[in-house]
Design a protein. Sequence first.
Length: 329
Amino acid sequence: MTESITRIAVTGGAGQIAYSLLFRLAAGELLGLQTPIALHILEIPEALSALEGVKMELQDCAFPLLRQVRIGSDPYEIFSGVHYAFLVGAKPRGPGMERKDLLAENGKIFVEQGRALNDVADKNVRVLVVGNPCNTNCLITLHNAPGLNPDHFHAMTRLDQNRAVHLLSQKASCEVTDIEKMTIWGNHSNTQVPDYFNARIQNQPAVSVIQERDWFESEFIPRVQQRGALIIKARGKSSAASAASAAIDAMRAWLVPTPINSWFSTALFTHKNPYGIDSNLVFSFPCVSTGKNDCKIVSAVQWNEVLEQKIKTTEKELIEERDQIMEYL
Ligand code: NAX
């Protein structure tokens, strides 16, 4: 009998997030220790020689589950038959580049990758977009893959969730596992809304455990929003290992049942959202999974006035981003 192999695509394979992500995937951290995998890694032609080095290192780990490593720069070859795709590679903002130029440059990449996934990936492929601006890149990708289920595309806000969980646990002097229902609403940008109002600490509302309304609004929210910038300042490079870790958490959240009384955050296509958010965006919501590769938005989560106003702002930002890339949809 031929062995069944789960195929995982990673783009931006010679970049710094991939340098952590690929090794953790190969070690079995996404699918467990019983599932043989193949890694299909995409890069631009100029970075293929660096990627060849990464491939050699993957081979030198002698990972028991890693059956095959394919590398290349043609998405139609690399995405062939993939069951999961981590779209990490993107163009960084260059000197003097405006945000709209960044959106346009990345737009072209995600049009091509969406089309390629549509044509050659497994029909049930699950796609996580990490490359920034990830929400809008994800919107472009799903629009260019009309033969795939739009609900199978998500953009990563899990790193923001994880950052918020750590910050709350530090403030409340408890374990990270004591924090539940930590939602990030909206865009993975500085307008994201870390929701302190619905978060729980040891099964109590966070706002009753930490009785400092001021702290939530003037410290917690901005510290989560600006954590990425702080890391760049300290390390001289953007978050990489923590981003890779969050990417695995985000994809794995669809594969394990969400515990009762809990949820996770991920950014999804808004066409069926229960919150009245514009229906053609990719927006981060509280979600749950039955563990069968599915994800459902949790409805009826209440907002206070502060959250509501901030959620409107992040929605507006996403609408503006979409207006700038309309030609790619
Ligand atoms: P790097 O610049 O180290 O790596 C990116 C790699 O992508 C490069 O090797 C580049 O050659 C490759 N690439 C560019 N265009 C490509 C294409 N068309 N096909 C395949 N590969 C391509 O960046 P890294 O630090 O790894 O970050 C990758 C992306 O993640 C960036 O856009 C970054 O902004 C984004 N992030 C998103 C986060 C999130 O929470 N959603 C957090 C971390 C990170 O900032």
